[in-house]
Design a protein. Structure first.
Length: 310
């Protein structure tokens, strides 16, 4: 083998090594792959990563399991990723995640579900999401307007351990305490775990029990759709009931176009995902980022529906 060829191989090896080292390795753990809104969120991250050079995503499904998510974070750290993005299963578990990342000096981004230690995140960590104080407030203000401040409503909630579900429900109750809305009473309020199927079963049970209501206020579109399906199966006239969801998912927008869903609130999951990847690149380069990055919610009703349809 001549010296020129040897030198050529050496240069090639160095080039390959540099190329590999140039890749930004990002570990992502999602609450669940089986959730339409989180699918949009994840796709936002994927699409932004595809637009940027040398980004490698390692994506894991926690499948609603706190212990599994903690193990995934540990595996990311052990594998030497540059940044970890966490869509937290549960807020109470986030302190352990924060501590693991801090002890290992691995930058960390929480997305969509804020951590319990949101206001005290160490340097090299941030949160990207939307302020849930706005979501349930916008939703319930519109319910109040459509009911002229009077009537009966049922509330379908996400898991009580989930920050978004807890805050959205608190928003509902606070709006209904206002003088212009306190003529609306809550007749039932139960959990349906963000699930269309669970909400369908819950609504069926309420209808069978003879529960009366003029509005359904749901913590997300999926549960609102489940309630709509149960109401339609029972022969109820959808024009007589106000149905409200949150997230403006494609299925939610389709339900509004069909005349079944009256209210939703757009949470820009795609933009949350894009910003998370942008900030991951900054953190991997040891650049400072804001500790909290908020993507605004937007009210969606039939009159502005076309602004949100693909």
């Amino acid at each position: 083998m001549n010296n020129w060829f040897k030198k050529g191989l050496a240069v090639t090896a160095i080039s390959l090594s540099c190329s590999t080292m140039a890749d930004t390795q990002i570990g992502i753990t999602m609450t669940s792959f089986d959730n339409p809104f989180l699918t949009i969120l994840l796709n936002g991250m994927k699409s932004k990563a595809a637009q940027l050079p040398d980004i490698d995503l390692q994506i894991e499904d926690a499948n609603l399991d706190i212990g599994r998510q903690l193990n995934q974070v540990q595996s990311f750290i052990a594998s030497g990723v540059d940044v970890i993005i966490v869509n937290a299963v549960d807020g109470d578990s986030t302190s352990a995640i924060t501590n693991m990342a801090a002890e290992s000096n691995v930058p960390l981004i929480y997305i969509n579900h804020p951590p319990a230690d949101l206001n005290s995140l160490p340097d090299g960590m941030t949160f990207v999401g939307s302020n849930e104080l706005d979501s349930g407030t916008m939703q319930t203000e519109e319910v109040c307007r459509l009911l002229n401040g009077k009537g009966q409503a049922v509330v379908i909630m996400g898991p009580l351990s989930n920050h978004a579900a807890h805050t959205r429900t608190e928003d509902i109750m606070q709006v209904l305490q206002r003088p212009e809305c306190n003529g609306i009473t809550i007749t039932e309020k139960q959990v349906a775990n963000w699930s269309r199927t669970d909400a369908h079963d819950l609504m069926t049970n309420w209808l069978t029990a003879g529960i009366e209501f003029d509005a359904v206020i749901s913590n997300n579109d999926e549960m609102a759709i489940g309630a709509i399906q149960a109401l339609k199966a029972s022969g109820r006239d959808m024009d007589d009931i106000v149905i409200a969801g949150i997230d403006a998912t494609p299925d939610g927008l389709a339900a509004m176009k069909a005349g079944d869903l009256d209210i939703t609130v757009f949470q820009n999951a795609t933009r949350q995902g894009e910003v998370a990847i942008e900030k991951a690149v900054n953190l991997a380069a040891s650049e400072p980022v804001e500790k909290q990055i908020w993507i605004p919610f937007e009210l969606v009703v039939p009159s502005n529906l076309t602004n949100y349809q693909p």
